[in-house]
Design a protein around this ligand. Structure first.
Ligand code: KIV
Length: 276
């Protein structure tokens, strides 16, 4: 799929994604800007405005310091740049864990101020009541289980989890709880491949894998990671480009031409208007 007639464009909805369980793989990438959102829009089903923006755009060590206002600002940019993909905005750490009411209040801000189609929250069993509260009140929720980066301070590191079958129980419980609570899909991050496969086979909603399994109903990566712009990427990232090298080449050429006065050339400056 690469071209769309403007007049025919209808935005993909959370129920559309929910209906894709077991069907064609759901293609997702992150975006935080209008320009990248515009590029993604023709090719992906879901654009996630991930709180990874804290690390990718702002150079933070973790996603913990990201605020609701940051998510809303970038969510608005992505909505401006896209017409077709479902835009999902991450709820940042601290904006939903306190109570279902806190989660609802902040999710409503996100949906009203960005006009995105859904929000995403991290957590399984512990968040089931909140997901039920939100979905029962008109807020489409994407879950996120497995390695949940907002819990970095209790996890200790960003390493893959459940690589021993004896550890699978709580992850299966999380997946079932999120599905039962009414989430329309769930991100499964950095767990053993056979566990992600089993979760996908067992739960009735689409799983979106990241460092998970090719059996998942969809896949997601952080755009800058797969484009080769991020200085350090996890093992699960396949790099489809090496933009950092291309950008550096362009910057080097610009700097050299400014220093040699080659740029700007006649074509890049304005002459006096000719008198009639
Ligand atoms: O914040 C993010 O980009 C995410 C994806 C990695 C799933 O949550």
């Amino acid at each position: 799929m690469s071209q769309h007639n403007e007049a025919e464009i209808r935005r993909i909805t959370a129920p559309d994604i929910r209906a894709r369980k077991g069907g064609d793989p759901i293609v997702s990438l992150t975006s935080y800007h209008a320009h990248t959102a515009r590029l993604l829009d023709n090719y992906v089903d879901v654009i996630l405005v991930g709180d990874s923006l804290g690390m990718v755009m702002h150079g933070m060590e973790t996603t913990v310091p990201v605020t609701l206002d940051m998510m809303i600002l970038q969510g608005r940019a992505v909505m401006r740049g896209s017409k077709r993909a479902l835009v999902v905005v991450d709820m940042p750490f601290g904006s939903y864990e306190e109570s279902p009411e806190q989660a609802f209040r902040n999710a409503v801000r996100v949906l009203k101020e960005t006009q995105a189609g859904a929000i995403k929250v991290e957590g399984g069993v512990r968040l089931a009541e909140t997901i039920k509260f939100l979905t029962g009140r008109g807020v489409p929720v994407m879950g996120h289980i497995g390695m949940t980066p907002q819990s970095i301070n209790t996890l200790g590191s960003f390493k893959a989890l459940a690589r021993d079958e004896a550890e699978w129980g709580p992850f299966l419980d999380d997946a079932r709880a999120v599905a039962q609570a009414g989430a329309f899909s769930v991100v499964v991050e950095a767990v053993a491949e056979p566990l992600a496969r089993r979760i996908t086979a067992e739960i009735p909603i689409p799983t979106i894998g990241i460092g998970a399994s090719p059996a998942c109903d969809g896949q997601i990566l952080v755009l800058e990671d797969m484009l080769g712009l991020s200085p350090k990427v996890p093992k699960f990232v396949k790099q489809y480009g090496n933009l950092a090298a291309g950008i550096e080449e362009s910057i080097k050429a610009f700097a050299a031409e400014v220093r040699s006065r080659e740029f700007p050339a006649t074509a890049h400056v304005y002459q006096l208007r000719r008198k009639p």
